[in-house]
Ligand binder design. Sequence first.
Ligand SMILES: [Zn+2]
Length: 276
Amino acid sequence: MTGSSMTGSSMSGSVAAQDRAKTGPNPAPGRHPALANLSAGRMVDLTYPFDSETIYWPTEAGFKLIRGPAGMTERGYYYAANRFVAAEHGGTHLDAPIHFFAGRHTVDQIPLDKLVGEAVVIDATAACRENVDYQIGVADLHRWESTHERPLVDVIVLLKSGHGRHWRNRERYLGTNESGSAAVAKLHFPGLSPDAARWLVEHRSIKAIGIDTPSIDYGRSQRFQSHVALCGHNIPIFENVANLDRLPTTGALVVALPMKIGGGSGGPLRIIALTP
Ligand SMILES: [Zn+2]
């Protein structure tokens, strides 16, 4: 419908409300109503940049940007275009359920409603500072529930170990600066215990889960049982999540959108939060 086809009597309530909004002081003219409460100060980027310093699993090569042309063309306009090469799993990324369970969702199959939702932050910073091999357990999840008097249902659970403070130091962050399959045995960082992962999928109903370490299973893990439990129940996992210390314990809205790789087992993730 165009403006010229409307009369006062045929104008619907919502159109009239929009018109009022356009003439009122707030929101600003032409602004979409859904953006009324947004401002740059309320957006938190939970994503590390992808560059030559980005930390990948020791068995993977890092992120590679292959520089292409950049400069003025003969026709008088500027043009820049590069290529990149990267493993699915590295930096801030998503594990699709098929990563550790046959027949479960690939990246492109994950329903969007699992990737957008209220974030709740489980703070295990103190325990992880004491013990780099700490596994966040059922007791930690219970403690959050009793403090906040609500169950972990219909939320995106973000596990804050505090380990992200080591991100700039690969050796501290992974527990080893070595690469290759032998380095996997030398990993040290906190994670989620397999018992807690099983409790979440059997007794609660969460949308997705994320952590500020390289893996949802702790560094010492050999069988990756937290991955298996979560993936078996089609729960997406976010790893190497940045800036969790900037989120409130409840009430932030998280939007976590991976590159939609057809048939992918995971992929680079842009994850942001809108704080209340
Ligand atoms: Zn992964």
